[in-house]
Design a protein around this ligand. Sequence first.
Ligand SMILES: Cc1cc2nc3c(=O)[nH]c(=O)nc-3n(C[C@H](O)[C@H](O)[C@H](O)COP(=O)(O)OP(=O)(O)OC[C@H]3O[C@@H](n4cnc5c(N)ncnc54)[C@H](O)[C@@H]3O)c2cc1C
Length: 437
Amino acid sequence: MSEAVPKIVVVGGGAGGLELVTKLGKKLGKKKKAQVTLVDNTHTHIWKPLLHEVAAGTLDSHEDEIEYLSQAMCSGFRFRLGKMDGLDRQNKKIMVAPTYNEDGLEIIPRRTFDYDYLIISVGSVSHDFGIKGVRDHCLFLDTTKQAEFFQNQLLESYLRAHTQGRPLDEGQLNIAIVGAGATGVELCAQLYEVSHLLNAYGLDEVKPQDVKLSLIEAADRILPGLPENISAAAHEELNELGVQILAGERVIEVTETAIKTQSGRDIPAAIKVWAAGIKAPEFLKDIDGLETNWMNQLVVKQTLQTTFDDDIYAIGDCCACKWVGQDQNVPPRAQAAHQMASLVYKSIINRMKDKELPEYHYHDYGSLVSLGRYGTVGNLMGNLSKGSMKVEGLMARLMYLSLYKMHQVALFGPFRVMMLSLSHLFRRSVHPKIKLH
Ligand SMILES: Cc1cc2nc3c(=O)[nH]c(=O)nc-3n(C[C@H](O)[C@H](O)[C@H](O)COP(=O)(O)OP(=O)(O)OC[C@H]3O[C@@H](n4cnc5c(N)ncnc54)[C@H](O)[C@@H]3O)c2cc1C
């Protein structure tokens, strides 16, 4: 490769980053018009909105994960494993921490990568708001590893209860989820389904009613970010499933056995999940003088360039971008990351042709919340619906599934996605509905 071609480095191959690097690789990398590099601290990608299914065991992460090296080979970019932990804007370099194996042996030393254009798309992690005991006693769903860990814990708890040869202790299989946004609500519905599936697959000493699910939310209703009618529909459905919904309850402490709220409640729980808010990774805070907000997000202009450095872009959950016409920033959603990836792709192409840069305007197409086999509810936004329109049932389910299909199409193209969907259907017909080990 000639030295003269620009070096484009994308850090974070998630919902936004992997789509972006795939497009750039195909357009520029393959034709040797640029050197396109993806840096990620894991070997594989899984679309994050699937993580609650991985946690519940209704999805085997290995079925849906994508090897970065393979995607890189097919799409014309390079993949480099490592965790970015620093930035040198003056010399246009990113710093990447050493990588260690499971025994603690260093396999890749600390290194740096030069860039002409840098796109940071490292997503977000759970925000514990400094609440006592959360880090020590809660499980999180930020990464595939954490979701798999959750699934292991769940299965172990069931196996223990199934084989202990005596009635269950009080609260032995209580599960409390803090945060009733889409993640918490969807996980709750999945866990209800799992309690029935595990019983059907033979762990029948545990009855579905032995599993007590609680959903705790500080706002006065579940799904506070969605219109009230959607929230009410989800509330009604979960209520019918027997989920204890505690809205308007602010958590002040988590202990090994319970969740304590400001109103004085003590909710006993053996398994506790924290899904109550997000922030960008800590290393971004004021990184080499870039502007960040209280959530560590990089503040960006409408072009998605960071406010103090035009050669550095930020997209997805890790950026703070104004939502034009609204009194808030663009929400941390997969659809926003997807749209931002498309915009930065155009922006880089335009820059290489000395053309004007496009500006980002978030298009909210609505939100869908899956309650597993018990339904899907959501709202559609846009011209077609003249504002917000409630959708539910089969139509909502199909639209929910199409979100993931759109991500897959951006990565593989429509034909391969059709083949993948077919093979998925065949696999489903011979595999159990839940991961059992
Ligand atoms: C359980 C769950 C359910 C959700 N459901 C929905 C939904 O239904 N609809 C919706 O719109 N949104 C949903 N979301 C939110 C959605 O997943 C995120 O908004 C979206 O994934 C953000 O995309 P991103 O590209 O910014 O980051 P991510 O997709 O999180 O990707 C970040 C990538 O950066 C990598 N990375 C992180 N730090 C570093 C580092 N220091 N160096 C190198 N690489 C790094 C990570 O390994 C990862 O690959 C859900 C989230 C969760 C957790």
